[in-house]
Design a protein around this ligand. Sequence first.
Ligand code: HEC
Ligand code: HEC
Length: 311
Amino acid sequence: MTTVWNWYVIALILFNLLGITWLLWWTAKRRPGDPKPEDTSHYWDGDITEFNKPMPRWWINGFYIAIVFAFAYLFWFGGWGTYDGFGKWSSKAEHDKEAALATQQLEKTFAPYKGQAIDVLAGNAKAVALGKSIFANNCATCHGSSAKGAVGYPNLTDTIWHWGSSPEQILHTVKDGREGVMPPWGTVLEGMGGPDAVDYVIAYVHQLGEKDGANRTDFAAAQGKKLYEGVCVACHGKEGKGDPKVGAPDLTDSYWLYGDSREALHETIAKGRHGVMPAWGTVLGDTRSRLVAAYVWSLSHSTKSGNLNAQ
Ligand code: HEC
Ligand code: HEC
């Protein structure tokens, strides 16, 4: 607040409070020459008289007390412009105090799970329930409330993993995030194999998923195989099984993060893809990251207490 507004606010408050005080004093006052309360000379129906009695003293004093209270209140809580008040109360301090209390309570809730292994937590129904609610609050926006994902957002309930499904790998994914970089290969492939090169590679990718596909020889797939072995093997491997170290998917399974129609594959291969899983370590802290990782892990791994996802 600038100085001008500061004084403007103070002046408004003072004007109001002093105005009320004056009004109270002025209207309650009896002046010399005022008729007695009984002498208003107003009569109705012959004998009904109107008096003009002052307000009772206790009533007037009640008003004065309220005015004094208002002054004290504004001084205590800092109601005068930018003045902080005797009590040094502020909504921010009150919020901080409540937030600290809430954090303390949260910490108490999460304390029993501190530093525990993901697979151990996944066997604890209470831990998994906590993980599930952390998931609903932070992860469901992208992965869906049932964790089944969508195009570009992986299904976390199946057995197919781009970054690995061991407890450590999942915890790493959650805490540090992952970035899947599939570079655009359109120009490179066309330079190597002509205008249909991308389609040749698609034919080969389709064939990879079939039994003994890598060794079959129809024309397009055979062209594609050469291109694949020149470019794609580096990340997806000779057999197309992928590489969890760089998040390169297995191209022989039936799961497609970005779809397996010719158009989707063409887009993926020619233009590339760049899926980003944000890092949650600093947002959630270690224990909550563990709990949510345990929930995710439990979706595809049965634990001693059964598959908790079935609840
Ligand atoms: C530098 C490593 C690298 C190379 C080389 C590479 N890819 Fe990829 N590829 C990836 C990564 C990483 C992803 C996952 C992208 C993501 O998660 O957003 C991917 C994704 C894909 C997908 C999508 C799979 C799905 O589930 O939707 C296809 C198809 C694919 N690559 C095919 C190819 C083909 C064909 C080539 C060769 C022309 C190739 N890739 C070369 C790293 C690579
Ligand atoms: C902003 C969207 C977004 C949010 C929010 C998000 N994720 Fe992800 N997540 C992704 C994307 C995109 C990928 C795929 C990255 C790639 O292309 O490889 C992914 C990948 C993953 C994977 C790896 C899957 C695999 O196949 O290896 C796991 C596990 C995962 N997320 C768990 C979580 C958890 C747990 C949370 C909440 C704490 C979360 N995600 C929140 C977008 C998100």
